[in-house]
Design a protein around this ligand. Structure first.
Ligand code: ASP
Length: 612
């Protein structure tokens, strides 16, 4: 028999009771986390949002109460009226904050029961993630998930408060809009009123936030939901949340300071003080030093050791003299056996374009001078692993030659150099992963933030045979590179930047184009005809002509930030209702087919799956 709540009022939260509450009368309400029945004594671990308190039902409480307590099962919902008592020294539980007390029940009301559960929220590890997602309400009852959601709340609040203190307005932008080019497929929403026409869910509020700058709002932010239909990897979700902001009359420095400010506030929520300002490096430097545009600086940078080799050495070793020769140091690996060295070769893979020298001592036997110079440059400590990656001479004209690229500035990287450095960079990361237990650099709470700046303006799309925006088409070119935009697009740099943490891109942004003439040149460089420009962005090109101020902004992935702060390994641990890797909501069971009536109203006919 279930009881009604009646006018019973909750007076305390389970997790908040302490020794100082001893003697107080309390009314607690929550779920039966576990029940232990010792015959004349019944213990209930009662759980609410704040934690767990042990409730005791003694034989003195009377037969009726005792009987009711016997009927309790996991996840039954109860109200306990009782009083707080200090536990005997022998029964104090140091592992929980309420471990010094227990509540002796005088009355128990059974507010609801529960079917037998697919899993118990009291369990720590639930192996089957599909079951967790299907019964997400049970999964979310687990204290660990409560902590993740509470952390998410605190982080979002800290970001909001910081941005508010800096004069930002939080402004909402539409969910039903038109396609925005962030490089993914759109989720479309059919219009009933305009059959055959579609809204798109925003891939980001990009155009709206720029319009808000044109509208004079000066500083905008939004904790914005974005939707991108991409092939999902483990760390992506089709809908995700960005900390999105835009500012007027700014240079990148001002945006960096704001982001550093709110990240400092976010990291404070886990009690960590981060160092600001973050180091900065250009995209080219990042590629030279780490072979990747999102460097993980917890491991040593790579170094170019070409100068260590005499030209005849390079010929003997069949190394391309035009490419860098990269030394990679992985700390504390210690001596490797023959077999372990061979495994390194396998890890590097069989490649035509690059080779690895994984046995530095063998190289040293034939080229002692070169290896001693390499050691001087790369500075490995005793026990560090030192390997060399070099380019193999090309068999055919390079990519850059094929598309007629030249590099205007000598300090810029050629495509072949970049390619080799990227191979080395991937190998550096693979070694870092392989020997993680030995160097231990990933175990520490070491947060290495940095800014990567001056990204290339365009990327060559091999399949489409044209240039794409490396960031998005509203990104301003570097002022110095304006003259080469059309003549040498591959060498042009943009005013785009990323904020990176431990090898993960936390966010990207840019200074935007605020002049219609430049925006038109960029659209043209991207192969968009005037008609296409008008059709897709006509309103925007027009808006740019009504006194658009210089502006710029950035967006950071909130889910990823919370995941890192929570020390979680999947975004799904910090998103209340996430989708699976196949973009399915297992709890709601979405997506689903809809009724013929709905389709008819929308003027949509579904082609059988096999014909798609
Ligand atoms: N809209 C961009 C993105 O979502 C960020 C930005 O440029 O502000 O990646």
């Amino acid at each position: 028999m279930l009881d009604f709540l009646g006018d019973l009022q909750r007076t305390h939260m389970c997790g908040a009771l302490r020794a100082s509450d001893a003697g107080s009368k309390v009314v607690l309400m929550g779920w039966v986390n576990r029940r232990r029945d010792l015959g004349n004594l019944i213990f209930i671990d009662l759980r609410d949002r704040t934690g767990i308190t042990q409730v005791v039902i003694t034989a003195d409480a009377g037969a009726e109460l005792h009987k009711k307590a016997e009927s309790l099962r996991s996840e039954f919902v109860v109200a306990i009226i009782g009083h707080v008592k200090l536990r005997d020294a022998a029964t104090i539980n140091k592992n929980i904050p309420t471990g010094e007390i227990e509540v002796v029940a005088d009355e128990l009301r059974l507010l609801n029961d529960s079917k037998p559960l697919p899993f118990s929220p009291a369990d720590n590890e639930i192996a089957n993630e599909e079951v967790r997602l299907k019964y997400r309400y049970l999964d979310l009852r687990r204290p660990e998930m409560h902590e993740n959601m509470a952390l998410r709340h605190r982080v979002t609040l800290a970001v909001r408060e910081y941005l508010n203190s800096q004069g930002f307005y939080e402004i909402e932008t539409p969910m039903m809009t038109r396609s925005t080019p962030e490089g993914a497929r759109d989720y479309l929403v059919p219009s009933r009123v305009h059959p055959g026409e579609f809204y798109a869910l925003p891939q980001s509020p990009q155009q709206f936030k720029q319009i808000l700058m044109i509208a004079g709002f000066d500083k905008y932010f939004q904790i914005a939901r974005c939707f991108r239909d991409e092939d999902l990897r483990a760390d992506r979700q089709p809908e995700f949340t960005q900390i999105d902001l835009e500012m007027t009359f700014v240079r990148p420095d001002s945006i960096f300071a704001i982001v550093e400010g709110f990240l400092t506030a976010a990291w404070k929520t886990i009690g960590v003080d981060i160092q600001t300002p973050f180091p900065r490096m250009t995209y080219d430097e990042a590629i030279r030093l780490y072979g990747i545009d999102k460097p993980d600086m917890r491991l040593p940078a790579m170094s170019d050791v070409k100068s260590a080799f005499a030209p005849e050495n390079l010929a003997t070793l069949n190394i391309d003299p035009d490419l860098p020769i990269v030394a990679i140091v992985t700390p504390n690996v210690g001596e490797l056996s023959r077999k372990e060295r061979d495994d390194l070769k396998l890890l590097f893979g069989e490649r035509r374009d690059a080779k690895v020298f994984e046995d530095i001592k063998r190289l040293e036997k034939s080229f002692p001078d070169a290896v001693s110079k390499i050691r001087e440059v790369a500075k490995p400590n005793d026990g560090d692993l030192l390997v060399i990656v070099a380019g193999a001479p090309p068999l055919s004209p390079s990519f850059g030659d094929r598309v007629g690229l030249t590099n205007t500035s000598r300090t810029r990287l050629s495509n072949r150099e970049r390619h080799l450095l990227e191979i080395a960079g991937q190998f550096r990361l693979a070694l870092g992963q392989k020997f993680a237990a030995k160097h231990g650099a990933f175990d520490k709470r070491d947060f290495r933030f940095l800014w990567v700046t001056d990204f290339p303006m365009f990327e060559w799309d091999e399949t489409e045979g044209r240039w794409n925006s490396a960031h998005h088409p509203f990104t301003s070119p570097h002022e110095e590179d304006m003259p080469i935009l059309e003549s040498d697009p591959g060498a042009a740099r943009s005013l785009a930047y990323d904020v990176v943490l431990n090898g993960t891109e936390l966010g990207s942004g840019s200074i935007r184009i605020h002049r219609q003439d430049i925006q038109s040149i960029i659209f043209k460089a991207l192969g968009m005809s005037s008609e296409e420009q008008q059709a897709r962005f006509g309103y925007f090109l027009e808006a740019l002509q009504y006194g658009t101020p210089p502006h710029g902004g950035i967006a950071l992935g909130l889910d990823r930030i919370v995941m890192i702060l929570a020390g979680a390994t999947s975004l799904r641990e910090v998103i209340p209702f996430p989708k699976t890797a196949k973009a399915i909501d297992l709890m709601m069971d979405a997506p689903t087919p809809v009724s013929d009536k709905q389709l008819k109203e929308l003027g949509i006919a579904v082609v059988a799956k096999k014909d798609v």
